[in-house]
Design a protein around this ligand. Structure first.
Ligand SMILES: Nc1nc2c(c(=O)[nH]1)N[C@H]1C(S)=C(S)[C@@H](COP(=O)(O)O)O[C@H]1N2
Ligand SMILES: [Mo]
Length: 213
């Protein structure tokens, strides 16, 4: 791969020239692990994903049922608020937009926000528009393999930049919850874990919206 042929600095210079390195970020060729608390176990027979709140019908998918849903892949540049960025990462999974378009989820007209609920009570909130944009996915696979336990196995939200899509809002990577277990649709916004801890609610990477104060 390019990553192993070229040094980090050369790669970073190339990305910078392409206009893809946000302010205050630096390129990593590794994949750092960042989360609060322990890595949860996964039991496919008790795992489920619950979709609730401002929806016409609550849905609960088992792991087998979730794996029957329509799938898509997405190539993203991901940007962590702790200043590392990783480029050209490939994810596969399920798009919330597709689930809504195909009638698997029916949000009420009043739904404006989504809170992702993860194992052990971790949450993160995004506007519904952001969760339905082309740069957000519920991912099961990274680079063609199931996501590893420390990166969110079996399911996590991912969000980042798509090359050439300057029209999209790009938030920091914490807006994707690892070990995802629930999607709560809401009328009003509700701050998640890092957002309550003082991180910026909008989290815009290009605007450097790192902290709320
Ligand atoms: N469940 C859960 N998801 C989480 C977090 C967390 O603490 N718990 N941290 C977030 C943060 S701050 C980042 S930068 C990314 C890191 O993902 P990674 O460990 O795969 O790099 O996960 C996000 N999702
Ligand atoms: Mo982060």
């Amino acid at each position: 791969m390019l990553n192993s042929i070229f040094g980090r600095k050369e790669e970073e210079d190339r990305i910078k020239k392409e206009g893809r390195l946000p302010p205050g970020q630096s390129l990593t060729q590794k994949f750092p692990v960042l989360h609060y608390g322990p890595v949860p176990p996964f039991n496919p027979s008790s795992w489920d994903l619950r979709v609730y709140g401002e929806v016409e019908e609550e849905v609960i998918w088992s792991w087998d049922q979730f794996n029957e849903l329509p799938r898509s892949t997405l190539e993203l540049d991901i940007h962590c608020v702790t200043r590392w960025s990783k480029f050209d990462t490939t994810w596969e999974g399920v798009s919330i937009k597709t689930l809504i378009d195909e009638g698997f989820i029916k949000p009420k007209a009043e739904a404006n926000y989504i809170v992702q609920h993860a194992e052990y009570g971790f949450t993160t909130n995004v506007p519904l528009d952001l969760a339905l944009a082309d740069n957000f996915l519920l991912a099961t696979h990274f680079e063609g393999e199931p996501i590893t336990p420390d990166h969110g196995y079996p399911l996590r939200g991912v969000v980042g930049a798509i090359r050439g899509r300057e029209d999209l809002n790009v938030p920091y990577f914490w807006k994707g919850a690892k070990w995802l277990r629930g999607l709560e649709f809401l009328k009003e916004d509700k701050l998640g874990f890092w957002e309550q801890a003082g991180y910026h609610n909008d989290a815009g990477v290009w605007e450097e919206q790192r902290f709320s104060r």
